[in-house]
Design a protein around this ligand. Structure first.
Ligand SMILES: Cc1cc2nc3c(=O)[nH]c(=O)nc-3n(C[C@H](O)[C@H](O)[C@H](O)COP(=O)(O)OP(=O)(O)OC[C@H]3O[C@@H](n4cnc5c(N)ncnc54)[C@H](O)[C@@H]3O)c2cc1C
Length: 455
């Protein structure tokens, strides 16, 4: 079967990979000149890489880990110590750690929480632990029911003090969906906590050893091509053409840079676009169908990824850090965490700026200035005195519509991979699968889509 797939993010590439494994011929059409979508990256004039997002892989990503194993690139994941490290508000420049000992789950998670006395008091730990009991006993069904509440509402319902939010969950909520706990659906936090508490290595983190287009996407493309599939860049889907019976008759691919456009025909068609551009391409007759019209409630959230190259080493920490800053979410010194970006003398900080709603339209210079002010608190020893760290260069990557914003009520809006149109399918992290808007969700959606296409 020949399958036309629009979009070469992880969902589209995973879909093509699993279709080619099943003996089908996928043909992928990507709008941009770079693979990866939200994991795309580029090189600057000095050869340094900058990325759409700082990306962390978790032990609780079975489909991503399986994909790495199938491609024979498992060693490209650089696993870090099993810990979560938060910046402490006071004193500036200090850290608080949750260290997971080598025990079975959930004991290792419980030990990590009980062992941290900087952030939560004993009564807070106990009230939070009791709040989580229904999630642990009833599992995913309970987690889904909680989609009616924001995380702040869920904490209030369980009489958990607001301070628990301030200490831990503002940071986690921003890391998971780039928004604050009063906006995020409690399903998101409960899903992550459930995975972390039920799987021994669920919260263990890894960094890719280099830029994602070459180190992760290219091997998928080679796998697809070796089995007769195709991947085309700079080939944007412009229109989904319909036959008289309502099925898809073809994908109209626009010609760019003076090239002629074309209509491609296949046995099945897949949109692996993000939800926002997909909605713009919905054919008129589909707009009234509830399956597609409910997508109006899903919308990408803005986020900004910042890269700062310094003249010296700011830290030797080889891990992700939760900044607990109002403007920033997580960050890492990529000169320590990632082999390809390694520099023993000078730091390259990659920082996620979120929530970004009020900042996305502002000039890069303002965003960098605000970030540097935050760094004075995170690294006071390097930004005070008469020889402060000097910023060599910076790069700001803005994504105005990134992953869908997981506010309460979104779970019911997520579409399945099979659609009411018999020869048309969806892949993408926003489609229905048990992992949220993440690399794992994107890969799983691609796999489920391939299964749906192959019937
Ligand atoms: C700043 C940031 C940090 C993140 N951190 C993490 C993390 O730490 N861990 C994690 O698991 N996830 C993280 N994510 C989320 C993760 O990147 C996404 O969930 C995942 O990559 C989405 O994959 P996708 O294939 O569903 O969509 P996308 O990656 O958006 O792929 C869609 C593709 O479709 C293409 N396209 C659009 N329109 C057209 C068209 N008309 N024709 C053809 N192609 C088109 C796009 O160019 C793109 O390549 C982060 C995301 C961001 C932005």
């Amino acid at each position: 079967m020949r399958v036309a797939i629009a979009g070469a993010g992880l969902a589209g590439l995973a879909c093509a990979k699993y279709l080619s494994d099943a003996g089908h011929t996928p043909v992928v059409y990507e709008a941009r000149d770079v693979l990866g979508g939200k994991v795309a990256a580029w090189q600057d004039e000095d050869g340094d890489w900058y990325e759409t997002g700082l990306h962390i892989f978790f032990g609780a990503y079975p489909n991503v880990l399986q994909l790495f194993a199938e491609l024979g690139i498992g060693e490209r994941l650089q696993w870090k110590s099993h810990s979560m490290i938060f910046n402490q508000k006071e004193p500036a420049g200090s850290y608080s750690r949750f260290d997971f000992p080598d025990l079975p789950a959930p004991l290792n998670g419980v030990a990590a929480i009980l062992g941290n006395n900087d952030m939560l008091s004993w009564p807070e730990k106990i009230s939070f632990g009791l709040g989580l009991v229904p999630a642990m006993l009833r599992g995913q069904a309970y987690v889904e029911e909680c989609d009616q509440y924001s995380w702040s509402e869920w904490l209030r319902l369980h009489n958990i003090p607001e301070r628990v939010n301030d200490e831990v969950f503002i940071a986690m909520s921003k890391a998971l969906n780039f928004i604050n706990p009063d906006e995020i659906s409690s399903t998101v936090l409960l899903t992550a906590l459930n995975r972390f508490l039920q799987e021994k290595n669920g919260s263990k983190m890894a960094f890719l050893d280099g830029n994602p287009p070459e180190r992760l996407c290219q091997p998928i493309v080679e796998h697809i091509r070796a089995r007769g599939g195709e991947v085309h860049l700079q080939a944007p889907l412009r229109q989904i053409q319909l036959a008289e019976d309502g099925a898809v008759a073809g994908f109209e691919i626009a010609g760019i840079k003076g090239q002629a456009g074309k209509t491609v025909q296949a046995d099945a068609y897949v949109s692996a676009l993000p939800v926002d551009p997909f909605k713009l391409l919905l054919p008129e007759p589909w707009k009234a169908m509830p399956f597609f019209s409910k997508l109006a409630g899903l919308r990408g959230v803005p986020v900004i990824n910042i890269h700062l190259w310094f003249d010296r080493k700011l830290t030797n920490i080889d891990h992700l850090l939760f900044s607990r800053s109002e403007l920033l979410s997580v960050y890492a010194d990529m000169s320590n965490t990632c082999r390809e970006y390694e520099d023993p003398q000078r730091s390259m900080l990659e920082l996620v700026f979120a929530p970004a709603h009020d900042w996305i339209a502002r000039p890069d210079a303002e965003i960098i200035a605000a970030t540097l002010t935050e760094l004075e608190r995170l690294f006071p020893q390097h930004f005070s005195g008469d020889n402060p760290a000097r910023l060599r260069k910076s790069k700001v990557v803005k994504t105005p519509l990134s992953v869908y914003k997981t506010v309460p009520g979104c779970q019911a809006l997520r579409p399945t991979q099979a659609t009411p149109i018999p020869n048309f399918f969806l892949a993408g992290d926003y489609t229905l699968q048990r992992y949220l808007a993440s690399m794992e969700g994107a890969v799983l959606s691609g796999k489920l889509c391939a299964e749906a296409v192959a019937g």
